[in-house]
Write a protein that binds this ligand. Structure first.
Ligand code: CP
Length: 313
């Protein structure tokens, strides 16, 4: 069971809850890799994805996860909602709530937007990425991918490489991995490393080779190319040379180390096409595992909401 109504971040999720989510996802993975992707777990339940930022993986995997479990999945975006006519976030959330929604999944450019929504609706709220704060389901699917390969996360050395300053993926992974007993090192250009990162009990360096050497997992982060315009790194070519995940660099990690990336990828910038295509790359597996983890979460969050009866004719 999850303690809270919502899943807003891994900072406030316990190691026991993370264990339970990952174990449940293992059962769900059997469903999505079979030829009968249909279970009754969400029958009679309804979810809405409320995305104020673009997404391919997160939104689609939530919607598929719901459909695979026989639930009703709908979606709304900022441009198609009455937000564009001036409606507030809270009024939009309450409107969707009184339509009988069981779970709302929100992505928003502002840190804390899903938390505000969660305080104002009866539905369970899942944070699908808020500003530069957290992207908890990405952190969970990343840990699931590591567990699948190594049997667990405890004792692993995980190198996270790239723009940690603006990365909600990095933050959720740091909270989750350290809680689960992994050691984490973050590497990137000094301009893209937040100053207080070492307060989170991890190692921080601007030398990628030092971070990658001996790592069990090397995770690249997406470079947001607009950062270059702001002068936070010189050129894309230079970035790739000094901070990109190349074959030479990955060879410094432990034999058979996993290479991961949350996507979307800027090929040839944060990671080379050769590394993406290598057997060590788990990028496709991460996407598949994202569906399993989101099925697990939808199941767990709706299970703890009491049945309200339904129609009796
Ligand atoms: N990793 C991730 O969140 O991808 P999307 O932006 O495509 O959802």
């Amino acid at each position: 069971m999850l303690r809270a109504k919502d899943l807003l971040g891994l900072r406030e999720t316990s190691a026991e809850e993370i264990h339970e989510i990952l174990n449940t996802a293992e059962l769900m993975k059997v469903v999505i890799t079979s030829n009968n992707k249909k279970t009754p777990h969400l029958q009679g339940r309804s979810i809405i994805t409320v995305f104020y930022e673009n997404s391919t993986r997160t939104r689609m995997s939530f919607e598929l996860a719901c459909k695979y479990m026989s639930g009703t999945a709908s979606n709304i975006s900022a441009s198609t909602s009455s937000v564009s006519k001036g409606e507030t976030l809270i009024d939009t959330a309450r409107t969707l709530d009184v339509m009988g929604t069981d779970v709302m999944i929100m992505r928003h450019p502002m840190t804390g937007a899903p938390h505000l929504m969660a305080r104002n609706v009866k539905a369970a709220v899942i944070n699908a990425g808020d500003g530069i704060n957290e992207h908890p389901t990405q952190g969970l699917l990343d840990m699931y991918t590591m567990k699948e390969r190594f049997g667990g996360v405890k004792g692993l050395r995980v190198a996270i490489v790239g723009d940690a300053r603006h990365s909600r993926v990095a933050r959720s992974n740091i909270y989750g991995l350290t809680k689960m007993g992994a050691s984490v090192v973050v590497a990137g250009p000094p301009t893209l490393l937040p100053p207080d990162l070492d307060m989170l009990g991890i190692d921080v360096t601007d030398r990628v080779d030092d971070a990658v050497r001996g790592a069990d997992v090397v995770m690249g982060l997406r470079i947001q190319l607009e950062r270059q315009k702001k002068g936070l790194f010189p050129t894309v070519r230079e970035y790739h040379k000094y901070f990109g995940l190349t074959e030479d660099r990955i060879a410094m990690a432990r034999p058979h180390a996993l290479v991961m990336h949350p996507g979307p990828v800027n090929r040839g910038v944060e990671i080379s096409s050769e590394v993406m295509a290598s057997p060590e790359s788990k990028i496709d597996e991460q996407v598949t595992n994202g569906v399993a983890v989101r099925m697990a979460l939808l199941f767990m969050l709706t299970r703890q909401k009491p049945e309200t009866g339904g129609i009796h004719i």
